[in-house]
Design a protein around this ligand. Structure first.
Ligand code: IPM
Ligand code: MG
Length: 399
C-alpha cells in the first residue's frame, strides 16, 4: 500500500469536508432576497467574455439600452461594460476570474455575460476552473433557471438546475491518489437542495402551475441524490395544491423526446450535472442551445448568460460578426423580468420568437450566407417596437 498517497488523499478530503461544513453554516445564516424596486440605479454589468462573446454581448446591450432608454435617462438603470474576463487574462493569473475583474463584477447588481472558454486537459491553456462555474460559486448563484418553450407543440418547461453543488462544486478539486486511481467528489447539502427546490415550488405556485418534477438518480447515487429527493419530497408537502413526481435522469431523458408525454412536464428541478445535460437536450426542441437563455440567480446577485460556448473558430475564420446574438438577447429578456420589467421582458421574448422561430425574415447561418448579428438585433428591435407585436406573436404561436 502506498501509505503516503493514502495520507495525502485523506488530508485533501478532510480539507474539502471542512470547507463544505463552513459553507453549510453560511447557507444557514443567508441574507434575504435583494429588492430591485428599492435600488437606484440598478447597475447592469456587461461582460463580453471570449470568442464571439463580445460581439453578441454588444448587440444584446444595444437592444436592452434601447428598451430601457427612459429608465437610463431617469437614473433608474445604469449599464457598465466589464472588460478582462478573457481566457488570455485568466490564463495569465492562473485563476478562473482575475481579482480586478471580480471586484468590478461585485459592484454590479446583475450582469449579462458572454460565453467564456472552459479549458480542459490538453488545451493550450492551463487547466483552470470554468469562469462560469466559479462565478456561480463565488456569487452564490444557486439557481440556474432555464426556460424552453415551443407553444405550437405545447412545450412550456421551466428548469431549475442546482448551480452550486452536485458534481460541479468540487469538479476542479478531485484527487489523483496514484497514477491509476482518480476521484471526483459530489456534494449535496440539505440547505442547498432546499433553496433550489423551494424556488421551483414557489415559481409553480406563483404561476398557477400544478406540477413539479424532481429528477435524480437516487436509486443508484443513493447518498447525495437520495438526499436531494428526500428534501424535495418533504418540501412538496408544504405545497399540497401542486403534484410532485420524481423521475430518474435516464428515463427522463427518454421521456423528453416522447411527444405524448413531454408536454406534461412543467417545472423540473434537478441537481447540477443532470440539469446541465437535460437543458441542452431540451433547448434542442426550441431550435438549439443558440436560442436558449439562462439565468443564474442568487439572493444578492444574478448573472444572465447564453448557454452555448465561445465559438473561437468563428473568430479565427473572421466570421464573428455573423454570430447569432439571440441567446444573449434572450438572457437579457430574463434579466428584464428579474429586475422588475416583466412587460418589457415579455415583448422582447415575443420578438425573439417571431424573428427566430416563426417569421424568419432574416436567417442566421453563422456565415456571410446569412444575416449579421447587428442586422438581426435590428430586426428584433424593429419587431419589439411594432404596436401589433402581440397579435403577430399569437398568430404564429397558436394560429
Ligand atoms: C452551461 C455550460 C457550462 C456548464 C460550462 C461552460 C462550464 O455547459 O452553462 O450549461 O457546464 O455549466
Ligand atoms: Mg451546459
Amino acid at each position: 500500500m502506498n501509505q503516503e498517497a493514502i495520507e495525502k488523499a485523506r488530508q485533501h478530503f478532510e480539507k474539502l469536508v471542512i470547507e463544505q461544513l463552513e459553507r453549510v453554516e453560511r447557507m444557514k445564516h443567508a441574507e434575504g432576497w435583494i429588492d430591485y424596486s428599492e435600488l437606484k440605479p440598478i447597475i447592469i454589468g456587461v461582460i463580453g467574455g471570449d470568442g464571439i462573446g463580445p460581439y453578441i454581448a454588444a448587440e444584446a446591450q444595444r437592444v436592452l439600452e434601447t428598451m430601457l432608454a427612459d429608465e437610463i435617462k431617469s437614473g433608474k438603470v445604469e449599464f457598465r461594460v466589464i472588460e478582462g474576463l478573457t481566457i488570455e487574462n485568466r490564463a495569465k493569473v492562473n485563476k478562473p476570474i482575475p481579482d480586478d475583474v471580480f471586484e468590478e463584477i461585485k459592484k454590479c447588481h446583475v450582469t449579462l455575460k458572454g460565453p467564456t472558454t472552459t479549458p480542459r486537459k490538453g488545451d493550450p491553456w492551463p487547466n483552470i476552473e470554468s469562469a462560469n462555474v466559479a462565478m456561480r460559486r463565488y456569487l452564490d448563484l444557486f439557481a440556474n433557471v432555464r426556460p424552453v418553450k415551443v407553444p405550437r407543440e405545447g412545450i412550456d418547461w421551466m428548469f431549475f438546475r442546482e448551480n452550486t453543488e452536485g458534481a460541479y462544486v468540487l469538479g476542479s478539486q478531485g484527487v489523483e491518489v496514484t497514477e491509476d486511481l482518480a476521484f471526483d467528489f459530489k456534494v449535496i447539502t440539505t440547505q442547498g437542495a432546499e433553496r433550489i427546490i423551494r424556488l421551483a415550488f414557489e415559481y409553480a405556485r406563483k404561476n398557477g402551475i400544478n406540477r413539479v418534477t424532481i429528477v435524480t438518480k437516487a436509486n443508484v447515487v443513493k447518498t447525495t441524490d437520495g438526499k436531494f429527493l428526500k428534501v424535495g419530497q418533504k418540501i412538496a408537502q408544504e405545497y399540497p395544491e401542486i403534484e410532485c413526481d420524481d423521475w430518474y435522469i435516464d428515463i427522463m431523458t427518454a421521456k423528453l423526446v416522447d411527444p405524448k408525454r413531454r408536454r406534461d412536464f412543467k417545472v423540473i428541478v434537478l441537481p447540477n450535472l443532470y440539469g446541465d445535460i437535460l437543458t441542452d437536450e431540451a433547448a434542442e426542441f426550441q431550435g438549439g442551445v443558440g436560442t436558449a437563455g439562462s439565468a443564474n440567480i442568487g439572493k444578492r446577485y444574478a448573472m444572465f448568460e447564453a448557454i452555448h460556448g465561445s465559438a473561437p473558430r468563428m473568430v479565427r475564420e473572421g466570421r464573428a460578426q455573423y454570430a447569432d446574438p439571440s441567446s444573449m438577447i434572450r438572457a437579457g429578456a430574463m434579466m428584464l423580468n428579474h429586475i422588475g420589467f416583466p412587460e418589457k421582458a415579455k415583448r422582447l421574448e415575443m420578438a425573439l420568437d417571431i424573428c427566430g422561430q416563426y417569421e424568419k425574415k432574416l436567417v442566421m447561418t453563422g456565415r456571410p450566407t446569412g444575416a449579421t448579428g447587428k442586422d438581426f438585433a435590428d430586426y428584433i428591435l424593429e419587431t419589439v417596437q411594432d404596436a401589433k407585436l402581440e397579435e403577430r406573436w399569437k398568430g404564429y404561436a397558436f394560429g
